[in-house]
Design a protein around this ligand. Structure first.
Ligand SMILES: CC(C)(COP(=O)(O)OP(=O)(O)OC[C@H]1O[C@@H](n2cnc3c(N)ncnc32)[C@H](O)[C@@H]1OP(=O)(O)O)[C@@H](O)C(=O)NCCC(=O)NCCS
Length: 180
């Protein structure tokens, strides 16, 4: 797969940290109803990095915010070390912005680790707002084990009768209190 080639052997950790298995990466991104979308950057053979002509990728998906509607979430942006500083990251961002606008998104969202100063500076130089600084957002996560605990938990016995249902056509079965 092209994006795996871009990462190369030395940098496999970067992808492996974000996905359980390459087969999952392939199935989730390249099936009929993909979970994520991906752009790759390709250079001519004479400019190959470590033998790779695919030298970077941008992984994204569409999301939605209650306040602002459609949004594009940039899950990962990566350019191989040797190819950085040549404008490839900036061009990825420009293409991602085009895709967001074409799809009527109100914003482009992403997170960056606090210690990743070069990337933070890269995004700020491109005009991104630091929403942690501006509005104090915290990033939260339930890991799989906690998720299973949540999903398997029992509601308190004295609950009001309650049905939680999806809109017609929602691919999830309605969850009824009576089933607990
Ligand atoms: C962030 C990243 C995608 C930028 O890609 P890039 O191809 O170097 O981006 P560009 O060449 O378009 O621009 C880089 C800018 O940052 C500076 N820069 C940052 N890292 C650099 C590096 N290692 N070498 C050279 N310049 C660098 C350049 O001066 C340039 O500034 P300019 O636009 O004023 O000239 C790339 O550094 C990367 O893959 N980092 C590791 C993965 C990562 O942390 N991704 C972000 C996670 S959300």
């Amino acid at each position: 797969m092209a994006l795996m080639g871009a990462v190369g052997r030395a940098d496999w950790r970067h992808v492996l940290e974000t996905t359980p298995h390459p087969r999952g990466l392939r199935a989730d991104g390249f099936s009929a109803d993909p979970f994520y979308k991906c752009l790759v950057a390709e250079v001519p053979a004479e400019l190959a990095c470590r033998g790779q002509t695919i030298v970077g990728y941008a992984m994204y998906f569409f999301t939605y915010t209650a306040w602002k509607g459609r949004a594009l979430y940039l899950e990962d942006l990566y350019v191989m070390d040797e190819c950085r500083g040549k404008g490839i990251g900036g061009e990825f961002l420009r293409r991602i912005a085009e895709i967001a606008i074409q799809n009527k998104c109100s914003s482009l969202q992403f997170v960056v680790l606090n210690e990743n100063r070069p990337s933070i500076e890269f995004y700020i130089a491109k005009g991104a707002d630091d929403m942690t600084k501006a509005e104090g957002w915290h990033l939260f996560r339930f890991e799989r084990e906690q998720l299973e605990g949540l999903a398997g938990g029992k509601p308190p016995p004295e609950q009001l009768p309650l049905d939680i249902t999806g809109a017609p056509g929602t691919p999830f079965p309605p969850i009824s209190r009576e089933k607990f």
